[in-house]
Design a protein around this ligand. Structure first.
Ligand SMILES: [Zn+2]
Ligand SMILES: [Zn+2]
Length: 367
């Protein structure tokens, strides 16, 4: 590998990204250097580019979920089974790390995804900190970052096609506690919603209703396992009555909101059955407010309303195993319809932001 690496740098919100060279990092004990195979462009990167996330230390190297080949490592790095990670292994890594295991959230609430010390590759690091984002020829793996091998029978393209949405969707479906034979509505079938549909089907949901404004996304959701689709062009009252008709008047057992539209949260509370579960995972950034009637929509309905923020290692690990086992049945690989080189990340952000593609990949070797 060369001694200098090129990365795409987002210097500030709303400015074109530019390419910069970085020196080869000195590996700390327990650190590693990945040669990047793929990183991804998701909605969060578009939000980063629009300056919609608080506390981001621009300039940054974006790219939170990535796949690469271990080019170098120092000391011993093992996976959760105690097996060595070796040079040449194709791996991915949990982008969220440095959770402290000392604070209230880590130890009492047991929700390290809310640990204030947590760091995220591609989001909370400045480019001045080094190669800590995936839109780069190489990624520095800091000591303690959890590496996972991509199994030989899992194409890297399948895993990264699902990407961060795969992991978020698994967390959301866990929170929804879907039981065999239940019905579910998925509001918004972008990268997260598509995987929610897939996991709901694998969880034994029978009626899976996908709702979105983009016809191609609804068609893709059918391939993921949706049994019904409703176009957002149908008036809200009519959407509600269609879902009532499908469910003998009671509403769906589970709604997962993955659209990022505040109105969808209110709609979720309307279409869920009494005593059902609603999981909100589409609002990673502040998209505004919505009016909710607590009596009619929550209290009287006895609804369980749950927020879903980020993910933990367990979600990441199981997402890889699910992609490995069901990647032939669920077309995650085809979710990413375009691949961009490092010099084309502005076009990649445009393609994702305009919803022209569900997901774009960044492939540094392409540039
Ligand atoms: Zn903590
Ligand atoms: Zn993402």
């Amino acid at each position: 590998m060369p001694s200098k690496y090129v990365a795409a740098v987002m210097a500030a919100p709303n400015r074109p990204l530019d390419l910069r060279e970085f020196p080869e990092p000195q590996l700390e004990m327990g650190g590693a250097l990945l040669q990047t195979l793929y990183s991804e462009v998701c909605g969060t990167d578009v939000h980063l580019h629009h300056g919609k996330l608080a506390g981001v230390p621009y300039p940054i190297i974006p790219g939170h979920v990535s796949v690469g080949t271990v080019a170098k490592l120092r000391g011993s790095i093992t996976n959760v089974y105690g097996d060595d990670i070796r040079e040449g292994d194709v791996v991915t890594f949990l982008d969220v790390h440095e959770t402290c295991n000392h604070c209230y959230h880590c130890l009492i609430a047991r929700q390290p995804n809310r640990c204030p010390a947590r760091k995220v590759y591609g989001i909370t690091y400045s480019a001045a900190d080094g190669l800590l984002g995936g839109w780069s020829e190489a990624i520095y793996i800091k000591p303690g970052v959890k590496l996972v091998q991509i199994p030989p029978n899992l194409a890297p393209e399948t895993f990264i096609g699902g990407g961060c949405g795969l992991v978020t969707a698994l967390h959301a479906v866990d929170l929804a506690e879907i039981r065999l034979g239940e019905s579910i509505a998925v509001l918004g079938v972008g990268p997260v919603g598509q995987s929610v549909v897939a996991f709901a089907a694998l969880s034994g949901a029978i009626d899976i209703i996908a709702i979105d404004a983009v016809a191609d996304r609804l068609a893709f959701a059918r391939r993921m396992g949706a049994t019904h689709t409703i176009d957002l062009g149908v008036a809200r009252a009519d959407r509600l009555s269609r879902i009532r008709d499908m469910t003998h008047g009671v509403g769906v057992d589970v709604v997962i909101e993955a659209s990022g539209h505040p109105d969808a949260v209110a709609e979720a509370l309307d279409i869920v059955r009494d005593g059902g579960r609603v999981v909100v995972c589409g609002h990673y950034t502040d998209n505004g407010s919505v009016e909710i009637n607590p009596h009619w929509q929550i209290n009287r309905k006895h609804v369980q309303l749950r927020g879903c923020w980020g993910s933990r290692y367990e979600h990441f690990h199981r997402a890889i195993e699910l992609a490995q086992n069901f990647g032939d049945a669920k077309p995650w690989r085809e979710l990413a319809t375009r691949t961009f080189g490092l010099a084309e990340t502005n076009e990649a952000l445009q393609a994702v932001g305009s919803r022209e593609v569900v997901k774009a990949l960044v492939r540094p070797a392409q540039s």
